[in-house]
Design a protein around this ligand. Sequence first.
Ligand code: C5P
Length: 222
Amino acid sequence: EKGVVVAIDGPSGAGKSTITKLLAARLGYINIDTGAMFRSVALMAKRRHIDPDDDVSLAELCRALDISFLRNGEGYRVIVDGEDVSRAIRTEEISLLTSRISARKPVRAALLELQRRMGAQGGVILEGRDIGTVVFPDAEVKFFLSASAEERGRRRYLELVARGENVTLEETVAKVVRRDKQDAEREHAPLRCADDALSIDSTALSIEEVLQIMEATVRERV
Ligand code: C5P
């Protein structure tokens, strides 16, 4: 029993990361945070002063980077070329830069390959924006997790404040909306609900309620 491929897509702040981690633990699956991979590319592009529109340099950067996950229990660290970038990739600045850089074709092509390799064994849950539509269109189970913009902004705000960032609720909601618009309107692999995905609106649901729906759905189809 190797297990299947589960895709969880949706806009930022819908609860994908939290849910994916917990669902993976319940199913005994491995979780793959594809957003962290795009964030890693953005962080390194920034450090190397690469223009976000310079496809040639971005392609070269992606070829050279070694991105991996170091697992410890339910959590994981993101390692790029031997450096733990787990914290550095989570700032608001990197979030917005990631949304720009992830729209570039060579970046998507490079990470697509890597994601397919990481998921090839099955028994994995991949969370992102285009897993069910582009990366694993044949995934056995697909979810599209969303919530109202206000609720997603509020969750993101609480997360940032807990981390000690100095932000306001209004600006956080505005940035979440802007990033989703950018992700949904891009040309390559835009954020979209796959036709065969189960769409879940988590606005009024608890984490446990979402988990129960997902776990039951996966177990039904395995
Ligand atoms: O999920 P997370 O907020 O970490 O993703 C950061 C950004 O990475 C998203 O706003 C999106 O631009 C990009 N992304 C993507 N495709 C994925 C995962 C993330 O384009 N599969």
